[in-house]
Design a protein around this ligand. Structure first.
Ligand code: GTP
Ligand code: MG
Length: 354
């Protein structure tokens, strides 16, 4: 009866057509019924993926923590990250060239930590807004000479809203004007109380210039991840989140992603937002071509049918036909939603939009 009604209004809807949320809501208005829209869980959404996924405790292994640096402008986030990468990664790199893929996996004594190279809380909140909570731990960077600043407080609020544990790095301790005591007092007033003052927040004093405290920071991150018991199942099909994607000459659509669970193999079929494709070429964060990679690994993948967006979730699926269908379906739905967003919808113009 609805398709008939839609037809009367010049809408060529078939019986199994997917209508956008707005249109369904407005239909509800027309019929005077209240509509409750239930969001599907990702695993439900792709139920044919869930079939192949193990959730067995004995299959789980500890995985590396995924860490984001937040803090006020110029307090040293990028320098700290550089410092960590330089001391821990650079020597091992072939030719010293790092493919920029938005994230770096760093190893010491067999322990890994993944650092997201998209500092600044815009990126952090943008990802969260899209439901992609990739960060396990936040390192709050506060310059010892400057102390707590407006963006420091914002960063704390973002981390708290995301329910992500915070490790404080009091940076620039090499500066003569550094005052670490003041920073601890300021942060204590914001409910981040150092462990040495019987609080719960780990603090570390660092300098990106001298390298002081970097090892301790690394240890703290590893400890925190043990407490969080971050686990993944390597034998599962891979799933993760897109950090960044672009069109590359020669490689087609390239997406830099972080794998959250499972193992990605070369040739795997991937469904990612409104795009799909095969993981033809995998390149790791050192710029090296690889055949497969496991949980908590940054990797650059090509090729996709279209450019996915940062924050899009990706899943390895078994059926390329199905991947294509779902990607198309999502694309149509997105188009309707954006159409709906760009027009002021009234019941009068509703049917002319589809
Ligand atoms: P935004 O990305 O702009 O928010 O800044 P940031 O937090 O990434 O700061 P960045 O690492 O760019 O550092 C800002 C300035 O502080 C640079 O000139 C760094 O050289 C300097 N700096 C960073 N860490 C230290 C440190 O530990 N000691 C000293 N003396 N200078 C530092
Ligand atoms: Mg920076």
């Amino acid at each position: 009866i609805i398709t008939k009604l839609l037809l009367e209004h010049n809408v060529r809807a078939t019986i199994n057509q997917i209508l956008s949320e707005e249109i369904v809501q407005l239909l509800g208005l027309e019929y005077n019924v209240e509509i409750e829209i239930k969001k599907k869980e990702a695993s439900e959404e792709y139920d044919f993926v869930a079939d192949q996924v193990s959730a067995r405790e004995e299959d789980k292994v500890l995985r590396a923590p995924i860490v984001t640096f937040l803090g006020h402008v110029d307090h040293g986030k990028t320098s700290l990250l550089d410092c960590i990468r330089k001391t821990k990664v650079a020597e091992g790199e072939v030719g010293g060239i790092t493919q920029h893929i938005g994230a770096h996996k760093v190893e010491t004594n067999g322990k890994h930590v993944v650092f997201l190279d998209t500092p600044g809380h815009e990126a952090f909140t943008a990802m969260r807004a899209r439901g992609a909570n990739v960060t396990d731990v936040v390192v709050l960077v506060v310059a010892a000479d400057d102390g707590v600043m407006p963006q420091t407080e914002e960063a704390i609020n973002h981390a708290k809203a995301a329910n992500v544990p915070i490790i404080v790095a009091i940076n620039k301790i090499d500066k003569p004007s550094a005052n670490t005591l003041r920073v601890k007092q300021q942060l204590s007033n914001l409910d981040l109380i150092p462990e040495e003052w019987s609080g719960k927040t780990p603090f570390v004093e660092t300098s990106a210039i001298t390298g002081a405290g970097i090892d301790t920071l690394f240890e703290l991150l590893w400890l925190e991840s043990e407490i969080l018991e971050l686990k993944a199942i390597p034998k599962n099909p891979a799933r993760g989140v897109v950090l960044e994607a672009h069109l590359s000459e020669g490689r087609g659509v390239v997406a830099n992603v972080i794998i959250q669970d499972g193992t990605l193999h070369q040739g795997d079929i991937i469904l990612c937002g409104r795009t799909y494709g095969r993981a033809r070429l995998l390149i790791d964060d050192k710029g090296k071509e690889i055949k497969e990679t496991g949980p908590a690994s940054p990797v650059s993948i090509s090729d996709f049918s279209d450019i996915p967006e940062a924050g899009d979730k990706f899943y390895v699926v078994s059926d390329i036909q199905k991947a294509r269908e779902i990607a198309l379906e999502k694309r149509n739905k997105d188009r309707e939603t954006s159409l709906a967003k760009h027009q002021h919808i009234t019941l009068d113009n509703l049917y002319s939009m589809i």
